[in-house]
Design a protein around this ligand. Structure first.
Ligand SMILES: *[C@@H]1O[C@H](CO)[C@@H](O)[C@H](O)[C@H]1NC(C)=O
Ligand SMILES: *[C@@H]1O[C@H](CO)[C@@H](O)[C@H](O)[C@H]1NC(C)=O
Ligand SMILES: *[C@@H]1O[C@H](CO)[C@@H](O)[C@H](O)[C@H]1NC(C)=O
Ligand SMILES: *[C@@H]1O[C@H](CO)[C@@H](O)[C@H](O)[C@H]1NC(C)=O
Ligand SMILES: *[C@@H]1O[C@H](CO)[C@@H](O)[C@H](O)[C@H]1NC(C)=O
Length: 646
């Protein structure tokens, strides 16, 4: 990156640039810019009386916070107050890239202004500046993920390449979310990325969570925040900049640099011209005050010239950028056959976890104690992809990281053996619990709802958020694994790709899927798309609600199947009769009805009528989105409840 920038340097007098740069960096050291206020929220219902013990606690808290604001972590939480009624909890979070001095300045400003200007008597407050966030409350909120109050700020200036820009924003943020969420403890939950492309300027993106929340909460928070951005790619809604501010996390993207690239990328010891200009942009105002206007005009002209030159150069230099980063090496994903045989006791029957499309799954333990699930693919040499293609697909699938997906750790390819190695998920699959009259009871309503939401997020990631669009094609209860906390993890994704079955939307003669979950157009005509997954998801929802297996119905011809019974209850308004009796009264009627409604929308005959996973996620997470009325699903006869193996 640095090298390219150097090449892209304008060819005018180098010493002149140095003068500008040294001047600017001097100014940036001497004149700190006042923190820029963005938004605040202040409780007007719960207030305290001036001069009360609460006020005393608050002052104490704000003092603790501001005196701890030079910490390297850019974050501090504190409590103050002697009595429970006067106890107050607070924290601040500085943007991950700023210096400790800038952090101190921002927190100092925030602690002063919040009580003097914005929230003199509120017990609960949060305030955002460009560089930091401060919040406090009379309620303990540490380690809790919170999305309210929230604030969304959009830069509505249009771009010509709206759709591809929207996609780039989504892809980039999706890349950043796991980086921030999975930061090891003690490291800031913070990530930034610059991406350039031929069509438009560089995209600068940033995500950050408060470090007190867990990785999964951080992930959830940021993914929630992403849904507040205008939906990508529906033509004219795009924006060239946006930010979402939540108490527990925030994200921002712009087409101009707004964070210090240099201090994030500690790799380059000498500053690039780029980041210098960046850093100083905000200081132009100061220059105008300090030095004569004529000089500042010259400076501005030069900076403009510099930027222009850079921008122009960029168009020539950019294509290398996209593919260059984050290549997962093949070596790191490769497992020896000997290792796998040792881990699985030579694929012994005791280690067998189950079969599935494309192969048999074994449990294994590596010599370091790590548990793995090993999928031994059934394919002969004429079938399936060649070795190179196989490896490429594995690398792509290994890059898919999401808390609701089973992680692919690697592969083994030796002789005839083709093996995929996955993370081991402890709690068996959803069907194990759902379709067993005793174990059903372990799934109460909130667990089931959580499972539905998790699956929806996982599929959304596969469909839209990951850089490669993955259609699962075999979503079913036995492909949903559950971890210790009953969080769902989708397994077996990308296998169709790895197996070499084409993945783009279209027609296929190789039908991979399970009857009962397959959409009519796929089962009958081999037509598949993301909407076939939506159909399967709808069936899953109805199964999760009813505790009935969609494909168990066709054992007897007289039984009406799951969709029929769901539809009939829908029409007659007897929603709750669909429910698994073991749920008793533990459910929320509204949530149940909403889930049935979504389920029925998903299983409509016409794929175009089915909602996208993005809208489904929205529907699941918000009660304010109104849903359309579902059409009656078609009831085609299932032939068999066996997966159709190619
Ligand atoms: C609190 O503020 C909100 C928004 O400013 C306003 O709608 C609400 O009526 C206020 N409540 C009270 C009790 O003043
Ligand atoms: C916070 O203060 C409000 C209003 O004074 C009060 O209703 C609420 O119970 C307090 N919350 C806690 C956790 O003390
Ligand atoms: C709060 O106390 C200070 C000194 O104890 C006093 O000067 C001030 O007037 C008091 N303010 C109010 C609102 O009572
Ligand atoms: C930091 O916070 C603690 C506890 O909140 C407080 O006792 C201390 O004075 C603060 N300041 C410094 C510099 O540690
Ligand atoms: C900060 O938050 C953690 C939980 O995230 C809590 O255990 C700790 O006590 C808090 N520190 C202070 C000084 O309140």
């Amino acid at each position: 990156m640095k090298k390219r920038r150097k090449k892209g340097m304008p060819s005018f007098n180098v010493s002149m640039i140095l003068v500008i740069l040294s001047l600017l960096s001097f100014l940036s050291l001497t004149s700190a810019q006042a923190p820029i206020y963005r938004y605040h929220s202040c409780s007007n219902e719960s207030t305290f009386t001036p001069n009360s013990t609460y006020q005393f606690s608050l002052n104490h808290l704000l003092f603790s916070l501001s005196s701890n604001a030079t910490r390297e972590s850019g974050f501090y939480n504190a409590t103050a107050g002697q009595t429970p009624a006067a106890t107050i909890y607070g924290l601040f979070l500085c943007r991950g890239d700023i210096t400790t001095d800038a952090c101190r300045d921002c927190v100092a400003t925030a602690t002063t202004e919040i009580v003097q200007q914005y929230c003199p008597v509120g017990k609960v407050a949060v305030i955002w500046y460009d560089d930091c966030m401060l919040r406090y409350s009379n309620r303990s909120f540490f380690s809790t993920m919170e999305e309210e109050p929230s604030y969304v700020l959009l830069n509505l200036r249009k771009l010509t390449e709206q759709d591809s820009f929207g996609k780039l924003v989504e892809a980039t943020l999706n890349d950043l979310v796991p980086q921030a969420a999975n930061a090891p403890s003690g490291v800031k939950k913070f990530a930034t990325k610059e991406v350039s492309s031929m069509e438009f300027q560089t995209l600068y993106s940033l995500v950050q969570c408060t470090p007190d929340i867990s990785s999964s909460d951080c992930n959830m928070c940021l993914r929630g925040a992403m849904t507040k951005l205008p939906k990508c790619c529906d033509g004219n809604q795009g924006t060239r900049g946006g930010r979402v501010l939540y108490p527990s996390c925030n994200l921002r993207y712009e087409t101009n640099p707004f964070y210090q690239i240099q201090s994030v990328r500690t790799l380059s010891p000498t500053p690039t011209p780029m980041s210098r200009v960046t850093r100083s942009k905000g200081k132009i105002i100061t220059i105008a005050i300090v030095v004569p206007i004529a000089v500042s005009l010259v400076l501005c002209a030069m900076i403009y010239y510099l930027l222009r030159r850079r921008a122009r150069k960029k168009y020539n230099a950019l294509p290398a950028e996209n593919g260059a980063s984050g290549i997962t090496s093949i070596e790191s994903l490769k497992f020896d056959l000997a290792t796998i045989e040792a881990a699985t006791h030579k694929f012994s029957d005791e280690q067998k976890l189950g079969g599935g499309g494309f192969g048999v799954v074994y449990k294994g333990i590596l010599s370091n104690g790590q548990k793995i699930a090993v999928k031994r693919l059934l394919m002969n040499s004429e079938q399936g992809p060649d070795t190179k293609e196989f490896k490429n697909e594995v690398i792509l699938a290994a890059k898919l990281h999401h808390r609701n997906l089973v992680r692919l750790l690697g592969f083994c390819i030796e002789g005839e053996e083709k093996i995929l190695v996955y993370e081991f998920v402890p709690n068996k699959s959803l069907d194990y619990f759902l379709f067993d009259s005793k174990k059903q009871r372990l799934l109460d309503w909130s667990t089931r709802h959580k499972i539905i939401e998790g699956i929806a997020r996982g599929i959304l990631y596969l469909h839209e958020d990951s850089q490669l669009k993955v259609i699962h094609r075999d979503l079913k209860a036995s492909n949903i694994l559950l971890d210790e906390d009953m969080n769902p993890k989708i397994s077996d994704f990308g296998v169709a790709r790895i197996f070499g079955v084409d993945q783009t939307e279209g027609n296929t003669s190789t039908i991979v899927g399970t009857y009962g979950y397959m959409s009519p157009e796929y089962a009958m005509h081999g037509q598949f798309s993301v909407k076939s997954d939506v159909y399967s998801f709808g069936v899953l929802i109805l199964e999760i609600l009813s505790g009935n297996n969609s494909s168990s119905f066709d054992q007897s011809d007289t039984a009406t199947d799951l969709l029929t019974s769901a539809w009939n209850h829908w029409i007659s308004g007897t929603f709750l009769k669909l429910l698994d009796p073991s749920l008793r009264d533990s459910y929320s009627t509204n949530e149940v009805i909403r889930c049935i409604h979504i389920g029925l929308l998903c299983v409509q005959e016409n794929p175009a009528d089915r909602p996208t996973m993005a809208s489904i996620n929205l529907m699941l997470n918000s009660n304010t989105v109104t849903l359309s009325s579902p059409q009656k699903p078609v009831f085609f006869r299932h032939r068999k409840s066996e997966p159709n193996m190619p």
